[in-house]
Design a protein around this ligand. Structure first.
Ligand code: CA
Length: 224
């Protein structure tokens, strides 16, 4: 899952970036509204955390402009404490949720998680594909009841596959949802990680159906 933080207060931006990275999110940061808008326009994010008061372009304008351009990425707006008018104009501009400053990181995390969940999966916390399970909160992964140990990047990749089961995902899609904008992506990065993942979720379970499939010329698919 990939998050864009648009926040001009470096202290807050850095704390959020650090916290979200620890929770296995890929994170990009923009320090003003204009560059936030630019990044959101060229990159694909699962959630945008958007401060209201920003230099160059305020949060409301960024939000409106994205929505007018057909970008429907969930937006969590950060507003000043008790500014009812700000919250209303944020939601009117197309934001999905808001959070008043100051806030606890846990609350932001809960809101971000709620926004990354697809509507039909609202009730589930644990993702399940065949006998493979992944708990986004505890980072636990099991196959056939056995615990599977993954690195953060392998976990992030598997989570994206499990949120899109039985769907062919191209390398470009995987890169744009799992890696940072400035990450070192080599032409075979995705292949390398898919191989690592396969060695952990399929290879040790030779008596079961493999779950991670290569679709030649198109990409990869997780499913039975
Ligand atoms: Ca600000």
């Amino acid at each position: 899952m990939k998050v864009l933080i648009v926040e001009d207060e470096h202290r807050i931006a850095t704390a959020l970036q650090k916290g979200l990275k620890q929770e296995r999110f890929a994170v990009d940061v923009a320090y003003d509204g204009a560059s936030g808008y630019d990044l959101a326009s060229v990159e694909t994010y699962d959630v945008i955390v958007l401060d209201l008061m920003l230099p160059k372009m305020d949060g409301i304008s960024v939000c409106k402009k994205l929505r007018e351009g057909g970008n429907h990425t969930p937006i969590l707006m950060l507003t000043a404490k008790n500014q009812v008018r700000d919250r209303v104009s944020g939601l009117d501009a197309g934001a999905d949720d808001y959070l008043s400053k100051p806030f606890a990181f846990e609350e932001l995390l809960a809101r971000v998680r709620a926004l990354t969940r697809r509507p039909q999966k609202m009730t589930e916390t644990t993702l399940k594909v065949s006998d493979l399970t992944l708990d986004p909160k505890s980072f636990e992964v099991t196959r056939a009841g056995k615990s599977v140990q993954l690195s953060s990047k392998e976990f992030a990749l598997l989570e994206y596959f499990m949120r899109n089961p039985n769907t062919i995902l191209s390398k470009e899609q995987l890169i744009s949802h799992v890696w940072n904008y400035d990450a070192d992506i080599l032409p075979n990065t995705v292949e390398v990680y898919v191989k690592k993942l396969r060695e952990k979720i399929d290879v040790p379970f030779a008596d079961k159906e493999p779950l991670l499939h290569t679709i030649r010329g198109f990409g990869y698919k997780l499913g039975v």
